[in-house]
Each structure stands twice: as C-alpha cells, then as structure tokens.
Design a protein around this ligand. Structure first.
Ligand code: SF4
Length: 118
C-alpha cells in the first residue's frame, strides 16, 4: 500500500489530493474539494489521461490549432501525436469543426482555430 500525492488539474483551485493505492487500485481519496477531483485522482493513479492539443496542416500550407474533445491515455500520447500529424485539412475550417470523428479510441479531433478560405 502507498499514498500518492497529486495536485488536481480539473479547476484553478488545484487541491492537493492524497490517494491511497493498494494492488493497483485507489482505495481512499482525501483532500479533494469536489467529486471531480476524486474521479481525477482515481483515474490518475490507474490510467492517466490528457486532452491532446496540437496543430495540423492545411492544404494551403497553414497550421491550424486542434485538440481532442476528450482526454486520451497518456501512455498512448506518441501514437496519438503521430495520427494527428498525418491529418491535412482543406479550408475553410471554423473553431469547433470536427476534423476527424475518431482519431483515437473514440476521441474526436476538433479545430480550436479558424482557417478561412484565402
Ligand atoms: S478537487 Fe474539485 S475543487 Fe479541487 S481542484 Fe479538483 S476540481 Fe477543483
């Protein structure tokens, strides 16, 4: 059994959370200010996940900022970045447009910037 200390990144408060881990499972969570922090801490010690932000190329040579719509496994970050790097989109693109329906394990790739037609 071990106690893992985490800083919750789910909101700006940044609660310091202690998670007691036994046999690869979170058996006790303390210090979280709300249920989101409890869920974050439980996931973080078992299978940490992150929203991936990056850029993709447009067919006219620009870079468009993008992100996944949900967190993906941190352990798969290089694989996900490789998949994102292979994406090329044709303008016009607007913020919020879904560029790939399932870039990785059900996560959508979404535009976080605009690429109007030149
Ligand atoms: S536990 Fe709740 S209140 Fe604390 S940082 Fe996380 S989301 Fe914010």
């Amino acid at each position: 059994m071990e106690v893992v200390n985490l800083t919750c990144v789910e909101c700006p408060v940044g609660c310091s959370i202690n998670v007691t881990v036994d046999g690869g499972k979170a058996i006790k969570v303390e210090g979280n200010g709300c249920i989101r922090g409890k869920l974050y801490a439980e996931n973080e010690v078992v299978c940490p996940k992150r929203v991936v932000t990056s850029t993709v190329k447009t067919t006219d040579g620009r870079l468009l900022p993008v992100k996944t719509d949900i967190p993906v496994r941190k352990s798969a970050m290089f694989e996900v970045m490789g998949l994102i790097n292979a994406v090329v989109v044709a303008p016009p693109v607007s913020v919020g447009d879904v560029l790939v329906d399932d870039i990785f394990e059900g996560a959508k790739l979404v535009a976080t910037g605009n690429a109007p037609t030149k």
